[in-house]
Design a protein around this ligand. Structure first.
Ligand code: ZN
Length: 458
């Protein structure tokens, strides 16, 4: 990979410049994985045996259905809630006060799949950032489970893959990160009532929205249990799918008008997040390929990232490469010699640990890099074949500057990058009509933020 030189960085570090586009400044946008020693240590600490123990414990609650018992110490969602809280607290106790554990609890009134007012509780561990604590990244798995009849609150619903696997990812991340000090805040949440209609994550996302929390990325880990579909197809143990929408779910009519005018359907904040994750986490560090799927979710299905997308937060969903639907949302039974049910025997703990490593690389890279630049606009006050970009300054104290990226409109990912220094406006001698532009922030260690695509200024 070519990289812009320090000299070219300095050459354009004026308040406004017309940058030359030939020579060393013109470089491929893709970079090698960052060899952050703290990240490497965390990836080593993520433990398939811990993953297995967590899933065995969750399955042992019999059912974790949202309408199941809340006060039985052994069986039902209440017992699972209490265990999760205690487990997070064990990790928090080793965090020197950085991690706090809370219950985000509320009464859901009668609604679809909720026949009587029901207490729903998310278990939330928040690891406060050391430098920019107001910048927040969220990772979730859902701890409720279900069988064939979504209203059946008593039958055994092991939910090993859907979604004890995702909760195990979240717990392992919380455990290995609790002893570290990320620059931005990371939230680890086991959410409830996903199967009844995303009620838990909906409440969490709305709470953040009401409080004006700056959630810059959210990941749902839902059905991340195995690379083996157990259906005769080839095992695919080193691939995880990442569903990322293009056109934002929260897009307004005015924003849609702009998009219809000048494009951008492939440049929403979640799409940029997907590219970021692929770059920092789909590599030799994690041993995984991040297969981006450029849609919000699978047909007929939807996970907790949608709750965050609805509030305008960038969000994406991790899920295994190929699902076996006989192992999801099914009563545990044998029929015509076929085993149905979401049983732990179909989980691959090594695979789940690798998915946790992908999440760790993504979250740590996000937290150590500057935040995504805000208020990025492309000057459209006059007709010109040059391009002027402006943005708001980032707040991080270790900020080094910014990079402008671009690509042909037909390219899926950024192909060119130009270091422009610590400025908030730049003019490049390249027509905005012919390429797509983006801006990202860079810190003194070379950590790069996700890319922000510009909106027209007028
Ligand atoms: Zn699920």
């Amino acid at each position: 990979m070519a990289k812009s030189t320090r000299r070219s960085f300095m050459a354009v570090s004026a308040a406004a410049v017309t940058a030359g586009l030939a020579g060393p400044a013109q470089a491929a946008a893709r970079r090698k994985p960052v060899a952050d020693p703290q990240l490497r240590a965390m990836l080593r600490e993520i433990d398939p045996k811990r993953v297995e123990a967590i899933i065995r414990r969750l399955v042992a609650f019999g059912t974790r259905h949202t309408l199941s018992a809340q006060d039985d110490p052994d069986r039902g969602i209440g017992a699972a809630r209490d265990w999760l809280r205690a487990e997070f607290q064990r990790y928090a106790d080793r965090s020197d006060g950085r991690m706090t554990v809370t219950l985000d609890s509320f009464i859901q009134p009668v609604s679809s799949r909720i026949p009587a007012p029901t207490r729903i509780t998310n278990v939330v561990a928040t690891l406060r950032g050391s430098v920019t604590p107001d910048r927040v990244y969220v990772v979730t798995g859902h701890y409720d489970s279900r069988v064939t009849d979504v209203m059946d609150a008593t039958s055994d619903a092991p939910g090993a893959d859907d979604d004890a696997s995702g909760v195990a990812v979240v717990l392992e991340l919380a455990r290995v990160m609790a002893t570290r000090s990320p620059e931005a805040t990371i939230v680890f949440a086991a959410v409830a009532a996903e199967e009844q209609g995303l009620y838990g994550s909906d409440h969490l996302a709305q709470t953040y929205k009401d409080q004006g929390v700056d959630v810059q990325a959210m990941f749902s880990n839902d059905i991340v249990g195995t690379g083996n579909a157990h259906d005769g197809t080839a095992n695919d143990p080193h691939t995880v799918r990442l569903f990322v929408e293009g056109i934002p779910t929260s897009e307004t009519a005015a924003e849609a008008g702009v998009r219809k005018s000048v494009g951008g359907e492939n440049d929403g904040p979640s799409r940029q997040l997907g590219r970021f994750v692929d770059e920092v986490a789909g590599n030799g560090l994690t041993g995984m390929r991040v297969r981006q799927i450029w849609r919000r979710d699978r047909y007929l299905r939807g996970s907790d990232h949608i709750s965050f997308l609805l509030r305008g937060y960038p969000a994406a969903r991790f899920t295994e490469p190929r699902e076996n639907f006989a192992h999801e949302h099914q009563n545990v039974r044998v029929e015509d010699g076929v085993q149905y049910g979401d049983l732990i025997e179909f989980c691959d703990f090594g695979y789940i640990a690798r998915v946790a490593r992908v999440n760790a690389a993504a979250l740590w890279s996000l937290s150590q890099a500057p935040g995504t630049p805000k208020g990025v606009v492309i000057d459209t006050t006059q007709l010109t074949n040059a391009t002027t970009l402006r943005w708001q300054p980032n707040p991080e104290p270790d900020l080094a500057g910014y990079e402008v990226l671009w690509r042909e409109t037909t390219e899926p990912d950024w192909t060119h990058t130009l270091e422009v220094g610590d400025v908030t406006t730049v003019t490049v001698d390249l027509s905005k009509d012919n390429v797509f532009f983006g801006v990202r922030a860079v810190d003194g260690d070379g950590n790069r933020s996700p890319v922000s695509a510009p909106q027209p200024s007028s």
